[in-house]
Design a protein around this ligand. Structure first.
Ligand SMILES: CC(C)(COP(=O)(O)OP(=O)(O)OC[C@H]1O[C@@H](n2cnc3c(N)ncnc32)[C@H](O)[C@@H]1OP(=O)(O)O)[C@@H](O)C(=O)NCCC(=O)NCCS
Length: 180
């Protein structure tokens, strides 16, 4: 059974390699290793972010990164990385997924469970832990985007209570939401 813990800076290279393996067709899938690691470092220790890993017998087999307040995270991330590329990406995503300053919205950015550890409840445990933390932080709503052709992930999110926002199946990315 996998154990959850907070992501440490030293986990980032393994996390980035899982990203390249399992999310290469997703957001930031084509970033080089150094930039991808910098992107993940923005979540580690950020006051507006959550970064968790799942370990099984000492091996990191899954992770989740997300924000409990997307706007605050974007500001902190762009100051930290000074990367116009990732900051622009974060801002674009934030503006699509929030409706106004009164609503505090968090975003589940990336969630991966390595193949050998899948279908044992780790994805659900990571996602529930994230939602619990976000609720405690006063976040009103969580959102995410999933590729339209990633049916397994959509089945997973529906199973754990997320609902599709809109029904435009022609889009490459579909939005899902969770009211807290
Ligand atoms: C999606 C993902 C995170 C699920 O993680 P997981 O640890 O295997 O999921 P869980 O074991 O917690 O599954 C919980 C429920 O979700 C559903 N589910 C999970 N994987 C599924 C799949 N491949 N097909 C259909 N339903 C699935 C099931 O209802 C499952 O409950 P069950 O096993 O009792 O039937 C994992 O498959 C993954 O990392 N995939 C590759 C990366 C990815 O697509 N990430 C999401 C990008 S947005």
């Amino acid at each position: 059974m996998a154990m959850l813990r907070v992501m440490e800076p030293g986990d980032v290279p393994v996390v980035a390699s899982l990203h390249r393996r399992y999310l290469r067709r997703g957001f930031l899938g084509d970033l080089d290793g150094r930039r991808l690691e910098r992107h993940y470092q923005t979540f580690v220790g950020s006051p507006a972010a959550v970064a968790l890993v799942g370990e099984c017998r000492g091996a990191l087999v899954g992770y989740l990164v997300g924000t409990v307040d997307e706007f605050t995270h974007c500001r902190v991330a762009s100051l930290r990385t000074r990367s116009r590329l990732t900051a622009g990406f974060e801002r674009a995503r934030a503006s699509r997924q929030t409706t106004g300053p009164a609503e505090r919205v968090g975003v589940l950015h990336h969630l991966v469970v390595a193949q050998g550890a899948q279908r044992r409840g780790l994805g659900r445990t990571l996602a529930y832990a994230f939602a619990d933390i976000a609720r405690t932080e006063g976040t009103h709503r969580l959102t995410l985007e999933v590729r339209q052709d990633n049916q397994a992930a959509q089945d997973f999110y529906r199973d754990i209570g997320w609902t599709p926002c809109g029904d435009d199946r022609s889009r490459r990315w579909l939005a899902y939401g969770l009211q807290l």
